[in-house]
Design a binder for this molecule. Structure first.
Ligand SMILES: [Zn+2]
Length: 350
């Protein structure tokens, strides 16, 4: 199940203005805040916001095992083409080995309106998460990380976000730090849930892309007009964390990729993208009888193609082909499902 909070946001308009205001402070802020390492591609540091997740609903039916061709979707022999995996530093918080460049990240991380907490990740958890991340990032074009202003994915555990004024942090599986161009993930929560991790990763990546496209996350009237008349989103991810509605095992309502997509416009877009990438086959079947969902998929395709030339029709064809191969290699769906269920039982925030 997916959770996302906007712990420092007020009205959508006000928040987008705040993002711009924070961007203006970046030359000063950058000198004192955590410097997240960058392996390559020194894109401009984006404005700051928190985008937090505390779990994700498995919507793809992929194989938990990382397939041999995961490092390169075409599966060709020889020197593989660079991918996004070559341009995002995956940093294990508290690891002995420091990042190749820059200083090692530390937590807590204080941002305007909230603080990110976390502790060092267990090596075994971090290794498992990193393998999935690298395979998934390898599906994405090499130029994307710089374009979306993502330099690093930081693996830790006991990840949480504490809004200003809150007595304690609330647990999260993921936190977007747009200001630091970094994504924080709780390796302990995600290590045994690769299906969830795939969905979560692409959900979070879309938030970075969404912000890069027009500098706004929480205001999108064009998108909202795709919904049926009278529909109103929920109160956002933070308010929906304990909601039974987003945890429902029932199929998502018409017009939405997942239940969580109904909680906020930015989550709707991120969830749609995540399902487009992780379960294109299942989504194709659903959109055929769902004009609203089909329009949302088309809008994401259109926006991404207009934003970055690498996200053209051939990109989606490669994703679909990769997932089809992944599905064929899936060893035993029952075992796969049992593994996910067992993992969820041990997830403290669900
Ligand atoms: Zn989100």
């Amino acid at each position: 199940m997916v959770f996302h909070s906007r712990t420092h946001s007020g009205a959508a308009m006000a928040h987008d203005k705040k993002l711009k205001a924070l961007a203006c402070w970046m030359p000063l802020v950058a000198a004192v805040v955590l410097l997240v390492t960058a392996v390559q591609g020194q894109g401009e540091t984006p404005s700051s916001s928190d985008c937090t997740e505390a779990g994700v609903e498995a919507t793809d039916a992929g194989n938990d095992a990382e397939e041999p061709c995961g490092a390169h979707p075409c599966g060709q022999a020889g020197q593989p083409e660079p991918t996004a995996a070559d341009h995002v530093a995956i940093v294990i918080l508290g690891a002995q080995e420091p990042p190749r460049e820059g200083r090692a990240p530390t937590l807590p991380l204080r941002r305007e309106g909230f603080t990110v907490h976390g502790t060092a990740a267990e090596a075994e958890d971090a290794t498992a998460v990193e393998a999935v991340l690298r395979a998934e990032l390898a599906l994405l074009p090499a130029a994307l990380p710089e374009a979306m202003a993502l330099r690093a994915i930081i693996l830790c555990t006991q990840l949480g976000v504490q809004p200003r004024g809150a007595s304690e942090p609330s647990p999260r599986a993921a936190v977007c730090d747009f200001q630091g161009a970094a994504l924080y993930l709780d390796a302990a929560l995600l290590a045994s849930r690769p299906q969830h991790l795939r969905h979560l990763l692409h959900h979070e990546l879309f938030h970075f892309m969404d912000l890069a496209i027009d500098g706004r996350l929480y205001l999108d009237p064009q998108w909202e007009r795709l919904n049926r008349r009278g529909f109103r989103y929920g109160a956002g991810g933070a308010a929906s964390q304990r909601s039974r509605r987003v945890r429902s095992p029932d199929p998502p309502p018409p017009g939405f990729a997942t239940h969580y997509a109904t909680t906020a416009v930015e989550e709707d877009k991120a969830e749609t993208f995540a399902v487009m990438v992780t379960d294109p086959g299942g989504l194709t079947a659903r959109r055929e009888g769902d004009a609203v969902l089909a329009a949302k998929v088309a809008m994401i395709e259109h926006r991404l193609a207009g934003w970055h030339e690498s996200l053209d029709e051939s990109f989606w064809q490669r994703i679909a082909a990769h997932r089809a191969r992944q599905e064929q290699r899936r060893p035993d769906p029952e075992e796969d499902g049992a593994a996910v269920a067992n993992a969820e039982e041990g997830t403290p925030d669900e």
